[in-house]
Design a protein around this ligand. Structure first.
Ligand SMILES: Cc1cc2nc3c(=O)[nH]c(=O)nc-3n(C[C@H](O)[C@H](O)[C@H](O)COP(=O)(O)OP(=O)(O)OC[C@H]3O[C@@H](n4cnc5c(N)ncnc54)[C@H](O)[C@@H]3O)c2cc1C
Ligand code: FES
Length: 285
């Protein structure tokens, strides 16, 4: 069993947990993830390691309540335990001295990008962080990202903070003002695809962190299969990061939708069961 040591709401439907898992905390590197199960009947869900402290043995995860399992996880509090918390999985981010790196994050990607920014800074890169949200209230972890990066730029669709527009508008402005050596993108698939389309024209190396449906996390079940540069890859072992210019995005998008009906039914049944956290907004939908 793995104990939740702290719980914090970091944004609308976004929760940060610190879990005591000393072995993972000791070996985790930027870009890797864990797979957890709440109880013995639970599904396995992958989440990026948003922080790991070898001294305290704590591993931080930040997740969006989006379906049955993440809603159930949001019901737990500091002091509660979860059944399984395995990792670190995946190949760590390729960290080296690139020069100037633009780290672009959308949605919950703003949490996932933090360890990558920290590792890039340790390798003496200049990091320009770009995050976006629909409006100011939906921006998360601004202070932490600002503190970790050299420049922090924001876009909001309604213009309530930073540039009015989307993250790719900000990225284009950055390209007009300085030379960028590498782009790292994490967030919704359409956002990562749009970033990769722009950087391909400019021939700038671009890493994207993919989020397909996963089951075993060991390369055996095939559920996280993607095509990269015409070759089959398994995101859980070969990724989650790949060259954004080589991804078959259409295939990824269609595979992400494979279980939509089953996921919808599972969430509806969970909502009907009456288990809701005080912060849960699902009854208002
Ligand atoms: C390597 C990796 C790292 C991830 N890191 C994080 C993280 O740090 N924080 C976080 O909030 N989420 C992260 N995700 C996504 C997270 O695993 C899913 O949101 C989660 O599985 C949803 O489970 P659920 O039972 O609550 O919802 P489900 O009922 O399984 O899904 C509900 C809806 O969520 C969407 N969804 C499901 N799985 C994914 C997925 N893998 N990617 C994108 N959308 C999905 C679909 O639209 C689906 O209809 C990561 C995924 C991967 C593969
Ligand atoms: S999750 Fe099964 S092969 Fe990757």
């Amino acid at each position: 069993m793995f104990k939740i040591v702290s719980r914090e709401v970091v944004g609308p439907n976004l929760i940060s947990l610190r879990i005591y898992a000393p072995q993972i905390a000791e070996s985790a590197r930027a870009g890797q993830f864990v797979i957890f199960r709440i109880d013995e009947f639970g599904e396995r869900v992958p989440l990026t390691i948003a922080g790991a402290d070898a001294q305290t043995g704590l591993v931080r995860i930040i997740f969006q309540t989006i379906g049955k399992t993440t809603f159930k996880l949001a019901l737990l509090n500091a002091g509660d335990c979860i059944r399984d918390f395995a990792g670190p999985f995946g190949t760590p981010t390729e960290i080296k001295k690139y020069g100037v790196v633009a780290a672009v994050a959308g949605g919950v990607g703003a949490a996932e990008v933090l360890p990558v920014i920290n590792a890039l800074k340790q390798s003496e890169n200049k990091v320009i962080a770009i995050t976006g949200a629909r409006c100011k209230d939906l921006l998360i972890l601004e202070e932490e990202i600002k503190a970790a990066s050299d420049e922090f730029l924001v876009s909001t669709n309604d213009g309530s903070c930073g540039v009015r527009g989307i993250v790719t508008d900000v990225l284009k402005n950055v390209f007009n003002s300085q030379k960028i050596d590498m782009v790292y993108a994490i967030g919704p698939v359409p956002m990562m695809q749009a970033v990769a389309d722009i950087t391909k024209e400019k021939n700038i190396k671009t890493l994207v962190s993919l989020n397909p449906i996963m089951v075993d996390g060991t390369g055996m079940c095939g559920s996280c299969r993607v095509t990269v540069g015409g070759k089959t890859k398994f995101v859980c072992v070969d990724g989650p990061e790949f060259d954004g210019h080589l991804i078959n995005w259409n295939e990824l998008i269609s595979r992400l939708a494979l279980f939509k009906d089953a996921e919808k039914t599972a969430l509806e049944e969970f909502k009907k069961s009456g288990q809701h956290h005080p912060e849960c907004k699902c009854r208002q939908e």
